[in-house]
Design a protein around this ligand. Structure first.
Ligand SMILES: Cc1ncc(COP(=O)(O)O)c(C=O)c1O
Length: 407
């Protein structure tokens, strides 16, 4: 007998019963103080609720402004700024897959988990990737980098400004870029966690591609990212003979949307509007003031954590300010700390891919005094609750001293 249109065959997938978001989400939003995503300002949240025509006149104006503001944040006059519908990793893949292909010699300076990813992406497009392995909690010396460049003769060098996983800051970035340039290589910089939290001058430092995500320093939503190519990098993109195997990430196709008001794929309009507002707030604050705010807050946090009696993971010389790594005292695991502080204090912080640390972010909206007091207090109380002897009043007092300029 034929079945009616409303009846189901036995193997059909049944309609599921699920909980509403109201039932799943906590009544009070958790304070996002981990390695990203970070809290977003009200203007960003509002923009993220709007849907407009992705090919209309309003979008053209929004895109024009996003590019103009992004040029300021990247410190570049290059025309070739594009957005990416995807995470920071998609922007990384857009950089490497457009600039490298079968046989391209790529040198990956590997400081940890994220900088290694660029090498992996290079191998996947067929590039001949050599890796400079840098010890944990350290940066490679310029001599070693120069020697490696001489030996490997890379066409492309990849490097991260802030290695979020082990909280190491590649403070040599400008000099690394100069060494690569002098050897005729293009330089790709991963600024996913650092952009707008500390200086990065794409043009002045001779960087050929910079990438960033939305959910960190910019305090926008995750899933819409930015990339900028120098003229030299763009010439390589345009000069390649084999097309990029990643259709969505093909910069020549993305040019249609980001520079010619045409169609590539349907852009994540709400996310681009959110990014617009995030960038507008960076411009309203100015980079100088934003860098100063980040530095002051991160140093005060580090003083507070140290005064609690806990150890910071990265040595001061190469310590990243955008994400602070804290050693977890013996007997505890990062997961113990993260789950307790989340459950008892509604503060989210991060573990780190197998390292014995927890990480507290200092990116964008995380760098606000009230968020810092709540976080240091919650971390101190968590330690007390978990049986670790810390000096909670000293930690909070040191934070206050750091924020008020040592008064
Ligand atoms: C330095 C760095 N690079 C790349 C990424 C990847 O970004 P996403 O998770 O948005 O793909 C991250 C994410 O934490 C990062 O910190």
């Amino acid at each position: 007998m034929p079945t009616s249109s409303t009846s189901h065959v036995a193997s059909a997938v049944p309609c599921p019963v699920v909980e509403s978001l109201d039932a799943i989400l906590p009544e009070e939003p958790l304070l996002m103080m981990g390695a990203g995503p970070v809290p977003i300002p009200a203007a960003v949240a509002k923009a993220n609720t709007i849907v407009i025509n992705h090919l209309g006149g309003t979008m053209v104006k929004v895109i024009t402004q996003v590019k103009t503001m992004a040029r300021y944040v990247f410190q570049t006059r290059s025309k070739w700024v594009l957005g990416v519908a995807g995470p920071g990793s998609a922007a990384m893949e857009m950089a490497i897959s457009n600039l490298a292909w079968e046989g391209t010699r790529v040198l990956c300076i590997k400081n940890g988990f994220f900088s290694d990813r660029m090498g992996e992406m290079g191998r996947r497009v067929g590039a001949r990737v050599s890796t400079l392995e840098v010890a944990d909690r350290a940066v490679a010396s310029l001599d070693l980098i120069a020697e490696t460049i001489r030996r490997e003769r890379p066409e492309i060098v990849t490097v991260v400004q802030g290695e979020t996983s082990n909280t190491v800051w590649n403070y040599h970035l400008k000099d690394i870029a100069a060494l690569a340039k002098a050897a005729g290589a293009l330089v790709i910089v991963d600024a996913v966690c650092t952009l707008s939290t500390m200086p990065l001058e794409m043009d002045a430092w001779g960087i050929d591609a910079v990438i960033t995500g939305g959910q960190k320093g910019l305090s926008s939503i995750p899933g819409v990212s930015l990339i900028a190519f120098s003229d030299a990098a763009w010439a390589r993109v345009k000069g390649r003979t084999a097309p990029n195997a990643h259709w969505c990430l093909d910069a020549s196709l993305a040019e249609n949307f980001w520079h010619n008001a045409g169609y590539h794929y349907t852009a994540p309009v709400s996310g681009v509007l959110a990014l617009h507002e995030a960038l507008r707030l960076v411009c309203a604050e100015t980079l100088e003031k934003r860098f100063a705010r980040h530095l002051k807050c991160s140093q005060a946090l580090q003083q507070g954590v140290t005064a609690l009696g806990l150890q910071l993971y990265a040595p001061q010389a190469c310590r990243l300010n955008s994400v602070v790594g804290i050693e977890v005292p013996g007997g505890l695991s990062p997961a113990d700390v993260c789950s307790h502080i989340s459950r008892q204090h509604q503060v989210e912080i991060s573990g780190s891919f197998g390292l014995p640390i927890v990480r507290i972010g200092q990116m964008g909206e995380q760098c606000r005094e009230h968020n810092l007091f709540r976080t240091v207090h919650a971390l101190g109380r968590t330690m007390v609750d978990l049986g670790v002897k810390v000096d909670l009043p000293a930690g909070v007092a040191a934070l206050e001293r750091g924020l008020s300029g040592g008064r």
